[in-house]
Design a protein. Structure first.
Length: 198
């Protein structure tokens, strides 16, 4: 097991159920003031987890323990609430900017475009003239690998246009990565100085 910090996934369904109970009947003050709030929480490895803890994802210990999957009814209610909230937000934006039309629905091409832009920015694209590019070569590699996973997991499940778009984007970012890493190796990355040697 590595010493890398892991993120814990908080099951928000339990929190919502507790909130609903509190609205019905007042609850006693909680003894733990530092109880985690919703969202990912950094988990620092301490002692071994209790056996009654939630099941872990088998085959990949990089993931934190996961709560059980939501039921079909929970998913349906959550999707309905999400859509209503998104519509209210869009209505507010249009009220402030009457010339703005309705936003098109998000599709597969938006996901591919987002990953493409992330990878290119991580490789220094989009840097303003006169500024030194900020390069995150390891982040770029991870984003490119995500595109590769997407291509592998969606194989045979995409339209011809979606597949061609994904394959073209993957080719482009891999070529940009090869150019970047070639430039880095030509410059010669110096190893950090050894302690005690001058």
């Amino acid at each position: 097991m590595s010493d890398t910090p892991k993120f814990e996934v908080i099951d928000r369904r339990k929190m919502k159920a507790e909130e609903e109970k509190e609205h019905v009947q007042p609850a006693a003050p909680k003894a733990e003031p530092d109880e985690p709030h919703g969202g990912p929480q950094l988990v620092v490895p301490e002692a071994k987890a209790a056996p009654e803890a939630a099941e872990t994802v088998t085959g990949n210990e990089e993931f934190a323990e996961l709560p059980p999957a939501p039921t079909a009814e929970e998913s349906k209610q959550q999707k309905t609430a999400y859509d209503a909230s998104a519509q209210r937000l869009e209505d507010l934006v249009r009220a402030q900017n009457p010339g703005v039309g309705a936003q098109p629905p998000v599709g597969f091409e938006h996901l591919v475009q987002q990953l493409y832009l992330s990878a290119m920015i991580q490789m220094g694209a989009g840097t303003q003239e006169g500024q030194r590019p900020r390069v995150d070569v390891m982040g770029a590699r991870q984003t490119i690998d995500l595109l590769g996973v997407l291509a592998e997991k969606t194989k045979g499940n995409l339209t011809e246009l979606e597949d061609r778009t994904l394959q073209t984007v993957l080719f482009e970012v891999r070529m940009a990565f090869l150019e970047l890493t070639s430039m880095i190796s030509l410059q010669g990355v110096q190893a950090p100085p050894q302690p005690g040697k001058h």
